[in-house]
Design a protein around this ligand. Structure first.
Ligand code: PMP
Length: 368
């Protein structure tokens, strides 16, 4: 919980203009004009048992309720909108991205809805299931050799080159395209502020691209004049926790985690402007994350992926640190559907040495 590297004075922040999206939040929920208007405005769910346990309000933003099933729908919509606004993408154009995960699914929905072609590059180590899903959502998928980022054949570089050699095409570049972070400045942050009526003391979440943490932190710090405390939550194998704790020393990435979609080896352009706003960071073990997958299911009826439950563990720890009477918000990034064959498999849990992390009374959920 040491304070983060502080490069921005919060007092210097100006209050953001109320975004059109914030106005939409307060509008009665009527008919959405197409899929893109159905993105965001997700419920904020009070986690009853953890709230009782901590004496705090522990709240999770139900991002699994987005049309594509994850928080990444927000970024997908904003990177496409941004490309349109900049004149980089015109009707009939092509969106190209390097991704194996939720961003691809979000982009596929958004591109279909808006009539764009989608091309996805991904490492060929990804499951056939992911390739099939993207293809059935209309994407052209290229599995390419899984080589490191500094190799020109890495899937990200291949995506960029594909866009460069194609007319009316854009590489959306989710990691360093700050339209991703902007999605959360204009939607996630304002929604949380409105849903809690400003009664929020802390926000915490993990990062992949960093868009969610950075954008939401930026908005909440701005609107609360720095009062809302914001924390990064990091899985094993990610470098950001040690980066923050050491005051800015970047170490080599090593180790791995059962979580998918989060953990980072560098400070992305989405994260860089806002890292200094953070009040600290937490390291969350896979043991705690997997236990919380089972607890959320049993206690709350919430069927969550591991990045969501890592966030829930972080929210619980922040609540315990702040003490009774506080309100802590986190992100429920996606559901467990895509991960069920692992998270609820006895063999997989044993291979990962995580069987002992499941409390005896919750073993009934290990059904695969
Ligand atoms: N959880 C899941 C399941 C994800 O797919 C992602 C995105 N990779 C994240 C969390 C992290 O979100 P962000 O990219 O905004 O940091």
């Amino acid at each position: 919980f040491r304070r983060g590297v502080r490069t921005f004075a919060t007092s210097a922040l100006r209050l953001a203009e109320p975004s059109p999206h914030l106005l939409a939040v307060s509008k009665a929920q009527g008919v959405s004009n197409g899929l893109t208007e159905a993105i965001g405005n997700t419920p904020l769910i009070r986690l009853k048992r953890l709230s009782e346990e901590t004496g705090c309000e522990v709240l999770g933003k139900a991002e699994f309720m987005n049309p594509g099933g994850s928080v990444k729908d927000r970024a997908a919509l904003y990177v496409v909108k941004n490309a349109e606004e900049q004149g980089l993408l015109k009707p009939g154009g092509t969106v190209v991205e390097g991704t194996a995960g939720n961003t691809g699914i979000g982009l596929a929905h958004v591109c279909r809805s808006k009539g764009y072609k989608l091309v996805i590059y991904m490492p060929n180590t990804q499951s056939q299931g992911k390739i099939d899903l993207l293809r059935l959502l209309g994407a052209e998928v290229y599995p390419v050799p899984a080589v490191a980022f500094d190799n020109p054949e890495n899937y990200n570089h291949q995506a960029r080159r594909h866009a460069e050699r194609t007319d009316n095409a854009v590489w959306t570049n989710q990691f360093d395209n700050v339209a991703n972070r902007q999605a959360h400045i204009e939607t996630t942050g304002p929604e949380i502020w409105a849903q809690t009526a400003g009664k929020i003391d802390a926000f915490t979440c993990a990062t992949g691209t960093g868009g969610t943490l950075a954008g939401t932190t930026r908005y909440l710090k701005t609107v609360s004049d720095g009062r809302v405390k914001c924390f990064l939550a990091d899985p094993p194998g990610s470098v950001l926790h040690s980066y923050i704790q050491s005051g800015g020393k970047l170490v080599e990435r090593s180790g791995s985690s059962i979580t998918e979609g989060i953990g980072q080896g560098r400070v992305t352009d989405n994260l860089a402007p806002d890292l200094g706003l953070l009040d600290g960071s937490l390291h969350i073990s896979d043991e705690k994350t997997i236990e919380m997958v089972y607890r959320c299911l049993d206690e709350e009826g919430l069927y969550l992926g591991a990045s969501s439950t890592l966030n829930v563990v972080a929210a619980k720890e922040v609540a315990e640190k702040l003490g009774r009477g506080h309100t802590v918000v986190t992100m429920l990034c996606d559901g467990a559907y895509r991960y069920a064959d692992r998270l609820f498999s006895r063999k997989w849990l044993a291979d990962k040495k995580l069987l002992d992390s499941i409390p005896k009374h919750l073993e009934k959920y290990i059904v695969l």
